[in-house]
Write a protein that binds this ligand. Sequence first.
Ligand code: DLZ
Length: 160
Amino acid sequence: MSTNLKNLSSYDKDSVPDASKMDFGIVVSEWNHEITNNLLHGTIKTLKTHGANEQNIHILHVPGSFELTFGAKTLSENEDVDAVICLGCVIKGETSHFDYICQSVSYGITELNLSFDIPFIFGVLTTDTLEQAKDRAGGIYGNKGNEAAITAIKMIALQG
Ligand code: DLZ
């Protein structure tokens, strides 16, 4: 979890490779959409800041974070993308849904990274409260979408 020691939107711009020739997939959860919309906008803005073309950014919406894994797999099979960024927001409730969804999506994205030849990026907020999510979706701790975009660019560049 980010703290006041680490802002999700702070990074060294010079350390980020040029993304103008890269193709991105973004799969975004509709659950907690006021948060995930901010994550999506933050992701797209940062990709474009580093040269990505709008027509090379493919977006797929899924109902909830549990569906991110299947959405990411589908997107990677249907579009010629170099990385898929998964965006979601899971907020702890009164039941154990939180634990099941977080476990499933983190395991699912790990599996995709091991099964496919492109990177799948974990851009999922897992918070105790809506307030904590807002703080990390364009609030006082930055925007996890910015972090996810930078991670995707760096991971694509890693492959040469
Ligand atoms: C059901 C559910 C609950 C309780 N909470 C969240 C949440 O905080 N964040 C989220 O992205 N999705 C949630 N969902 C929906 C599940 O991810 C999934 O869409 C449904 O269980 C249907 O498979």
